[in-house]
Ligand binder design. Structure first.
Ligand SMILES: *Cc1c(COP(=O)(O)O)cnc(C)c1O
Length: 421
């Protein structure tokens, strides 16, 4: 790790040497009323718009305007194949084979569809293991799946908690829980990166421990994809899903993605809620009575893809292809490490960093726990054009994104924060 220094000149120098600095110009940075760039630290909530996103949407609008239904089969990117255009690029972001990923639906919808196939409870093995304080949507989805199968969520949901007085969960505690309760656990459904603390879980070890106990292992990668390098195929994860509007910058409510491991590609034994878009492409338009699923993740598609929502995703994935997750992670270590350094330097007792201190166990986000005044501080930061996010009780989440945030952003944020304290 590089040594960091507290002076502004250091931030300038880091930006000057940053090979990814040019990518800031490939996104639209929100501006204040004077037309100056804001400091945007909520890419963990909604990633910025790639400058080419509009062009990709526009092309489809033009296609629709000039060719209408012909757009399904002609043009640069025929709509019936739109999802496959995205698969290779998506696969590279999450460490999968192209046939293991598919762009479809939205995240929580995918969770349900995948749980229909991968949550197969029996009388003795029916529990679902999660992290405590998982994103509410995941908790609702899991509780409702348990009820659907006739189980009581109070009994069926096992949550791994942080140790007394800690804010993050010890990876060993997750593994121990799996080893202890494994034979009653049907499904392990963990986040890859926790939305609240920014903690990154050891997915490889969780998958390994789960497999050894005969559990199915799935991940919600909403805060992990595009944030940290993933190796879903090699880690032998059964399934995963993520939204594309956070670190993947595909726009509000954009179409999501799913991963199903190759070992399930012939999935004949798995139940599934089917739809025509998962059907064999050769015979799809012959409209046969019998459902014949496409091998691989695409077999889980139900409906045809929302092309206008997928178009900006393509603009963003092209940028991921240019840069690669390893280069992003490298800058991310530096940028978030620098933020941590300046916050520690500021060393007031106004807040504590509740995100993991080990960079391997976090993504780019740091969560700061304040005393009573977080809401007020958040408001004032906002007035200064520093966009970060407030969560009850008293947490401000700050996510410097390596694609478009700079070392000067981080410097200016801490400078303002110090003034407010
Ligand atoms: C953002 C997020 C969601 C959002 O779900 P949608 O179905 O896209 O609305 C779900 N789970 C986690 C962990 C998230 O961070």
């Amino acid at each position: 790790m590089t040594d960091f220094f507290p002076e502004q000149a250091f931030a300038k120098e880091m930006d000057g040497h940053d090979p990814l600095a040019v990518y800031r110009g490939k996104f639209h940075m929100p501006k204040n009323t004077k037309g100056e760039d804001n400091i945007y630290f909520v890419g963990n909530s909604l990633g910025l718009q790639p400058t080419r996103a509009m062009e990709f949407i526009w092309e489809e609008m033009e296609m629709w305007k000039t060719s209408a239904a012909d757009g399904h089969h002609s043009g640069k990117r025929p709509w019936v194949l739109y999802e496959t255009t995205l698969s290779e690029k998506t696969a590279r972001v999450v460490g999968a084979n192209p046939s293991e990923v598919v762009v479809m639906n939205s995240l929580t919808v995918n969770l349900h569809f995948l749980m229909v196939s991968f949550y197969r409870p029996t009388k003795d093995r029916y529990k679902i293991l999660m992290e405590e304080k998982a994103f509410p949507s995941d908790q609702y989805a899991v509780a409702s799946q348990l009820r659907l199968h006739g189980f009581d969520p109070e009994d069926g949901m096992i949550e791994v908690c942080p140790k007394e007085g800690r804010s993050t969960i010890c990876n060993e505690d997750i593994i121990e829980t799996i080893q202890r309760d494994g034979d009653s656990i049907a499904l392990i459904l963990f986040g890859g990166v926790n939305y609240y603390t920014g903690q990154c879980f050891d997915m490889e070890k969780i998958a390994e421990a789960g497999r050894a106990q005969g559990c199915v292992v799935g991940f919600d990668l909403a805060h992990a994809s595009g944030n940290i390098p993933l190796q879903l195929h090699d880690w032998d994860v059964d399934f995963a899903t993520w939204c594309n509007y956070k670190y993947i910058n595909a726009g509000p409510g954009s179409v999501a993605s799913a991963f199903v491991h190759e070992k399930h590609s012939n999935h004949d034994h798995l139940p599934r809620l089917a739809g025509w878009w998962g059907h064999n492409r050769e015979t799809r338009f012959k409209m046969p009575r019998q459902f014949d699923p496409i091998p691989g993740a695409e077999g889980w598609q139900v409906s045809n893809i929302n092309v206008l929502s997928a178009a900006p995703l393509l603009a963003s994935l092209n940028l991921f292809d240019e840069v690669g997750m390893n280069a992003l992670r490298k800058k991310s270590f530096m940028l978030t490490g620098y933020l941590e350094y300046l916050l520690d330097e500021a060393s007031t007792d106004g807040f504590t960093i509740i995100s993991p201190r080990n960079p391997e166990y976090r993504g780019c986000q740091l969560s700061l726990q304040f005393g009573g005044n977080a809401k007020d501080i958040h408001k004032r930061l906002n007035e200064k054009g520093i966009i970060c996010d407030y969560r009850k009780p008293g947490v401000i989440r700050v996510a410097p994104v390596p694609f478009y945030n700079s070392f000067m952003d981080v410097f200016n944020f801490v400078k303002e924060l110090k003034k407010l304290l």
